[in-house]
Design a protein around this ligand. Structure first.
Ligand SMILES: Cc1cc2nc3c(=O)[nH]c(=O)nc-3n(C[C@H](O)[C@H](O)[C@H](O)COP(=O)(O)OP(=O)(O)OC[C@H]3O[C@@H](n4cnc5c(N)ncnc54)[C@H](O)[C@@H]3O)c2cc1C
Ligand code: SF4
Length: 322
């Protein structure tokens, strides 16, 4: 591991000033950052601890506003989140392990990087995300865990955050602060598609800090379904977040985001439109609506199974949201 200096920022202004210095990396819970330091994914000269910033509150007095430094476990345990935002609660409780959730923050979770095995390899392998221009080992290797939507010839990775999928279905915003003030980025487009620049992961500028996420409205009828290879402490193979409104059994609005299928949470917009007026008890109609959003899926050599699995996950999430 490369040697670096370690400092603490006392407030947002100090953190922003630190970000202006080249070679600086911020650290919140450190659960992702320390892996990068060990694996050589990041080699900063200076690590600045931001845990002293006043950004850990959970404000439920208006639209739900969660500070970037709130711990995943604290958010999942909040009584209002438990009651009114089950999709958010379960996306947090089904992520990582209890110990990690006690340390890991909301901002850090959104900024975690892909679990693509070639990107995380101890032995350097061609990876355009890690070394731009070096190639994509996954594209000519094992594609079983990779994307079926939105990938490019440069990168076929998926994003691993469970929280991001729930926030996308909730129409949440990521609130960021830079030298010229605050701005809001829709959660659904906070993560970038790889295109020709897969090393750029999000819309966050290098001189900006995440200060909070905001969810506009409660979602009591919502569900997060995570399909994984073992029942705990594992990343999603695919996942689905569903938020619905009903009159009787009839769907009056539906929002669905799917995870594990793209470099960002993938909203099923065609399915959402088709679901209005459908009975939540009519599984065939739910499946037909969801299938509309998979007509343009582009599976790779080894991941055709995700096209089926993600559709079934979306249908189940809708049913559970009821
Ligand atoms: C073994 C393991 C299993 C896991 N399983 C899952 C899982 O199933 N699902 C899931 O969703 N996640 C999973 N994770 C990821 C975990 O949730 C993240 O590691 C964690 O959320 C990162 O938060 P942190 O506060 O520790 O971030 P850090 O490691 O401190 O930081 C990560 C990055 O975010 C930046 N950063 C942090 N906060 C801010 C901010 N406010 N503004 C700007 N930049 C910031 C840091 O500079 C750094 O670049 C797993 C992690 C591990 C190690
Ligand atoms: S899929 Fe992306 S992260 Fe994985 S090896 Fe290819 S370029 Fe790297």
């Amino acid at each position: 591991m490369k040697t670096f200096t370690y400092d603490r920022a006392g407030d947002v202004a100090e953190a922003l000033a630190a970000l202006a210095e080249p070679g600086t990396q911020l650290m919140a819970g450190g659960t992702e950052m320390v892996n990068w330091l060990k694996e050589g994914i990041e080699t900063p000269d200076r690590v600045v601890d931001i845990n002293g910033l006043p950004l850990a509150s959970i404000d439920t007095s208006g639209p739900l506003r969660i500070g970037a430094l709130a711990r995943m476990s604290d958010v999942a345990a909040d009584p209002v989140v438990q009651q009114d935002y089950p999709v958010l609660r379960d996306s947090l409780l089904r992520a990582a392990s209890a110990q990690l959730r006690n340390m890991a923050t909301i901002g850090g979770n959104l900024l975690q990087r892909t679990r693509c095995a070639y990107f995380r390899s101890d032995t350097p392998l061609p990876c355009n995300k890690r070394e731009p221009g070096s190639g994509c080992s996954a594209l000519i290797g094992d594609t079983s865990a990779q994307a079926i939507f939105g990938w490019s010839e440069s990168c076929v990775a998926t994003h691993p955050s469970d929280l991001a999928v729930a926030l996308a279905a909730l129409d949440a915003s990521v609130i960021v602060q830079g030298p010229s003030g605050e701005r809001r980025i829709p959660a659904v487009s906070f993560h970038r598609l790889p295109g020709d620049t897969p090393a750029l992961n999000t819309e966050l500028a290098s001189n900006e800090l995440i200060v909070a996420v905001e969810v506009p409205a409660a979602a009591p009828r919502s569900h997060y379904l995570k399909v994984r290879e073992r029942v705990s402490y594992e990343f999603a193979v695919v996942s689905a977040a569903a938020v619905i409104s009903l009159e009787g059994d009839t769907i009056t609005s539906a929002r669905i985001a799917v995870g594990g299928v793209a470099h960002r949470p993938w909203r099923l917009t065609a399915a959402e439109s088709a679901l209005t007026g459908v009975s939540i008890t009519d599984r065939n109609a739910l499946s037909d609506a969801v299938a509309l959003s998979f007509a343009d899926a582009r599976p790779l050599a080894d991941n055709g199974y995700k096209v089926i699995l993600a559709q079934r996950a979306a249908v189940r999430a809708l049913e559970e949201a009821r």
